[in-house]
Design a protein around this ligand. Structure first.
Ligand code: G3H
Ligand code: ZN
Length: 275
């Protein structure tokens, strides 16, 4: 299927699942899960994953090719880019959506740099996600931090971004799915902010929590760590059960299949409200 853009992907779903991949087999699993669920999905490559590979082009190009070859609408997104050069490289490669993350900068500088990146991305026909500054020196996505509604509205107006990551109680890299989201705040943000809202750190959110967040107005649900948990558990079990195995396909294939099944299941929650 030809590459989709974010407006049409969002228009076709009540919310969209956005899944981080590091290695190719997980990207394949995300696409397979979306095809089995019969829905669209977002394939996300983070700046950290790019650093792991030592460059963006091989992984981003593979993701774009997988999206192009899929029967499901798959969109490739650069996630948590703090480096503007990486954003520009993604745009040059044809990545249609980028997150520029300047939340670590002072607020005024965040606004100026995010607005400049948004303008460049828009000239390239791309979609831009961003987030407000950290609070008290902590990352924005920690339990005690909340996005202020008025600040969010002002940030979107000042920067021209197309989507906003908001802090509503989730936290990155959680291994348990018990984060308590502020659903009332999600509702107020969704009513006031004129662009789609993004939930980061959704690995720490239960199925019911994801469904509640979507019902309250979240439009993009970012999940990464949970896929690593699923993948690694299968690899570990395979290696323990077959200590003499040396061909990585023997233990990677069942791990890839487990991730595909979990993507299909999660998309049922995100897209269809299936619990
Ligand atoms: O940007 C990516 C996400 O926020 C994923 O967070 O790994 O905690 O699910 P997670
Ligand atoms: Zn994130």
């Amino acid at each position: 299927m030809p590459l989709v853009d974010m407006p049409s992907l969002l228009a076709g779903h009540r919310a969209v699942g956005a899944f981080n991949f590091i290695q190719l087999e997980v990207a394949e699993a995300i696409v397979a899960g979306a095809e089995r669920a019969g829905t669209g999905a977002i394939l996300q490559l983070s700046q950290n994953a790019v650093a792991f590979h030592g460059g963006m082009a091989p992984a981003a190009t593979a993701a774009l090719r997988l999206a192009d070859a899929s029967s499901a609408p798959i969109l490739v997104h650069l996630d948590h880019a703090t480096d503007e050069a990486l954003v520009d490289e993604a745009l040059a490669l044809g990545v249609p959506s980028v997150m520029f993350d300047a939340a670590h900068l002072p607020d005024a500088e965040n606004v100026v740099r995010t607005a400049a990146v948004a303008a460049r991305a828009h000239r390239a026909g791309a979609w831009v996600e961003a987030e407000l500054g950290e609070v008290g020196g902590k990352g924005a996505h920690v339990p005690g931090v909340r996005t202020d509604v008025d600040d969010a509205v002002a940030f979107v107006a000042a920067t021209g971004v197309d989507a906003l990551a908001v802090a509503v109680g989730s936290e990155h890299a959680m291994l348990s799915r018990d984060a308590a989201l502020d659903v009332e705040l999600i509702g107020r943000l969704a009513s006031a902010v004129p662009v789609p809202l993004v939930l980061h750190g959704s690995s720490g959110v239960s199925d019911a929590g994801i469904d509640g967040a979507v019902r309250a107005g979240m439009r993009k649900i970012n999940i990464g760590t949970h896929l690593n948990v699923v993948f690694t558990a299968v690899v570990r079990a395979q290696l323990e059960a077959h200590p003499d195995v040396v061909d990585p396909r023997k233990y990677v294939a069942p791990a890839r299949e487990a991730v595909a099944l979990e993507i299909e299941r999660l998309l049922g929650v995100v897209v269809g409200g299936r619990l």
